[in-house]
Design a protein around this ligand. Structure first.
Ligand SMILES: [Zn+2]
Length: 240
């Protein structure tokens, strides 16, 4: 992607961010800081910054889970990039088998689910044994991390190819038909349809409620529909 900057390498995989991600990062810090308005401003900003860094570290961990499982199946990762819609691990090749595809796809949501559970457990311990404003602040930050990771795990399991759930669906189609190209077309058709329906429903809700999150949902669904469409067109033009 043009406008991508490298942060460094981990497990021999380049990690970077696209300029568009800065907008998402600042928005997340602002949203969390405003939800902590009962705290003093400097403390709210520090907690919001820590929380945003932890949230994006969780997104990177989710992408690493995909990349490291892919490596076990002999598929290398070109890089992990944070961008305005979250994170993406760019694999060098398609998975070799439907089983590999399902394992690589499920690794991300599983890691997010695990992070959610661990963070939630830590908040319970802090609430039980911690005292003072710092313990309360850390507990609140970890509660945000737990909720965000649970949402990340569930959202990614929606069967809208090329999202993780859609990749699991493609693996199932692929297992049944033994034809990866036909499976891609079927999963991408389901994905584009789901994403378009979500985009239209979000726009209708935006029109009737004027609640801004619906504008974001519509944009996100539009992006998923466009990605699905790109895969669909590529699969159709590949000689099968
Ligand atoms: Zn994922």
């Amino acid at each position: 992607m043009v406008g991508t900057f490298s942060i460094g390498r981990l497990f021999r995989i380049r990690v970077g961010f696209h300029v568009s991600w800065i907008a998402l990062f600042l928005f997340v810090v602002w949203a969390i800081a405003s939800s902590l308005s009962e705290l003093q401003t400097p403390l709210a900003v520090v907690l919001a910054l820590a929380c945003a860094v932890l949230l994006f570290a969780s997104v990177v961990a989710h992408e690493f889970a995909h990349a490291l499982v892919a490596r076990r199946f002999g598929v290398q990762t070109r890089g992990i990039t944070l961008f305005i819609f979250g994170g993406i691990a760019t694999l060098e090749n398609e998975p070799p088998t439907p089983r590999a595809e399902a394992a690589i796809a499920l690794a991300g949501p599983l890691s997010s689910g695990l992070i959610a559970l661990v963070s939630y457990g830590a908040t319970l311990l802090l609430d039980r044994f911690g005292t003072g404003p710092v313990a309360a602040g850390v507990s609140l930050t970890l509660a945000y991390v737990a909720v965000a990771n649970a949402v990340l795990a569930i959202f990614n399991l929606v069967p809208a190819f090329p999202m993780d759930g859609g990749r699991v669906l493609r693996a199932l189609f692929w297992m049944r038909t033994r034809d990866q190209r036909a499976a891609t077309i079927a999963a991408a058709l389901v994905g584009v349809t789901l994403a378009l329906c979500t985009a239209v429903a979000s726009l209708v809700m935006l029109g009737s409620t004027h609640a801004w999150p619906y504008a974001w949902y519509a944009t996100l669904a539009g992006f998923v529909a466009w990605s699905g469409w790109t895969h669909l067109r590529a699969a159709r033009t590949t000689a099968g």
